[in-house]
Design a protein around this ligand. Structure first.
Ligand code: SF4
Ligand code: SF4
Ligand code: SF4
Length: 452
């Protein structure tokens, strides 16, 4: 017995009708008469309005599902989320490794600004010691069957520890070969010191993904992504992006937007070809992010409007591709899961959310403690409990996210955002279904660039 899935959404985009499956990302364009049948089907659940051919297509794309399956969907959402939350035996491992709390820049919106030391002094001893512990930790997990390891190097500014990181990547690459595992490294950097000389040292490694932030046109960028001496960082960063692309590194340009730089970011994207060599654009990606916590910050829903304008510009220029894939419903990140993944700083301290790194009140333990205790799961600290209980989808938004048909697509917002909403630091977009409208609009917009 079949029934129409609760996860169907009807969209009218550019005078065409579509049905979209929020469970698996299937998209089908419909003529008017088939659309009428679907509407009838949604209202009276009588599949006999469809001919055999139509039924077959809808079954193949899981718009028609067995009655049992659909009734249990909410429990399945809950169950899938919990499995990912408590699974300590995944075959993948992600380490966010803050190599230093130093930075050569002085960005006014830096989320680490209270914790960063502006003095460019190295703390090699701690870093080297933590590096050794991490090597041991990864090796132990490889021996237990981990097959994919991703290390994200960030800080502060990770390129301030160039020598360490080059040697470290070499040693982890060897470990990866020994255990026949896939490794991937990502750098989150301001890009200023990612010179050709440095990237040449990484050429034969598995390090291929670099995220670099640009905050608008030269003048604007130089006002806020620079050092205390206000030097011109824009030209150097652009030079570094181009040499990375030429050497087949994948570069994601992060665009941090707020009310003060939005126009400048738009102009930067408009004239992108003046700066970036687009012959290598297959290695180029973009990430649009919201500057949070200052007077110029966009509200969550305001941001969505501006994100869409910028996204559409990038889509029209062929710099990004439309995406409709629904993620599996998993925990959002390491913050709310009890896997082996780590957020680690160079001193060996562990945290749950990478926004909280270097902040002692969010420290949950140390890597040394984990190693001394045979990598047994850590006891729950207050911070851990907060993320995995108070901020979990069971407990925020009155558990409504599990009932929400957009849940696989949205994953119930990042836990740090959930926290800001609960604390009243962010507009409550759960209220009045604003979050659902945001997701709907996002999907609609992507469809307008895909068509079928
Ligand atoms: S480059 Fe990054 S870490 Fe450095 S001050 Fe700016 S935002 Fe902070
Ligand atoms: S809670 Fe949000 S910001 Fe923190 S690590 Fe998870 S996804 Fe990132
Ligand atoms: S945050 Fe809103 S759109 Fe997302 S899953 Fe929860 S209720 Fe649905």
């Amino acid at each position: 017995m079949y029934t129409i899935t609760k996860y169907i959404e009807i969209f009218e985009v550019n005078e065409k009708n579509y049905i979209f499956n929020l469970n698996n990302g299937s998209l089908i364009e419909l003529d008017n008469s088939t659309l009428d049948k679907i509407k009838l089907l949604i209202n009276n659940n009588n599949v006999d309005v469809l001919n055999e051919n139509e039924k077959e297509v809808l079954i193949d794309n899981q718009f028609l599902v067995s009655k049992d399956f659909d009734e249990k969907q909410e429990q399945i959402n809950h169950f899938t989320y919990n499995i990912s939350k408590y699974n300590n035996n995944k075959d993948s491992l992600k380490i966010d490794f803050a190599l230093t709390n130093k930075c050569n820049f002085n960005c006014p919106y830096c989320f680490e600004c209270n914790n960063l030391s502006r003095k460019l002094e190295a703390d090699y001893l701690s870093l080297v010691n933590t590096g050794k512990n991490l090597y041991y930790y990864i090796k132990k997990l490889l021996q237990k069957g981990i097959k994919n390891v991703e290390i994200v190097f960030y800080g502060g500014e990770p390129t301030l520890e160039k020598d360490f990181v080059v040697d470290y990547i070499k040693s982890i690459d060897l470990l990866c070969n020994e255990y026949d595992a896939d490794f991937r490294y990502v750098f989150i950097t301001n890009g200023f010191l990612f010179t050709e000389d440095f990237s040449n040292r990484l050429l034969n490694s598995k390090c291929k993904f670099i995220q670099i932030t640009i905050d608008g046109e030269k003048e604007f960028h130089n006002q806020r992504r620079t050092n205390l001496a206000k030097i011109n960082t824009f030209d150097k960063i652009i030079e570094n992006v181009n040499q990375l692309l030429k050497n087949n590194f994948y570069v994601v340009i992060r665009l941090n937007i707020d009310k003060s730089n939005f126009e400048s970011v738009l102009k930067f994207v408009d004239g992108l070809e003046k700066f970036i060599d687009l012959n290598n654009k297959k290695y180029l990606g973009f990430d649009i992010a919201r500057v949070f916590g200052n007077d110029n910050s966009f509200d969550l829903d305001e941001f969505e409007t501006f994100r869409e304008v910028l996204t559409n510009k990038l889509l029209r220029k062929g710099l990004i591709k439309p995406r409709l894939s629904c993620k599996a419903l998993t925990t959002f990140c390491v913050a709310e899961s009890l896997s082996n993944d780590l957020v680690l700083d160079y001193k060996g301290n562990l945290y749950r959310c990478w926004n909280n790194v270097f902040d002692d009140k969010y420290k949950i333990n140390t890597l040394q403690y984990l190693i001394n205790n045979n990598l047994d799961p850590l006891e729950y600290s207050k911070v851990t409990l907060d993320f995995i209980e108070n901020l979990s989808l069971e407990n925020v938004n009155s558990s409504e996210c599990f009932k929400c048909k957009y849940c696989k697509y949205c994953q119930g917002l990042c836990p740090a955002i959930r926290k800001s909403i609960i604390n009243g630091e962010e507009k409550n977009i759960y209220k009045g279904g604003v979050c659902k409208e945001i997701i709907k609009e996002r999907i609609k917009n992507e469809i307008s660039f895909i068509g079928v």
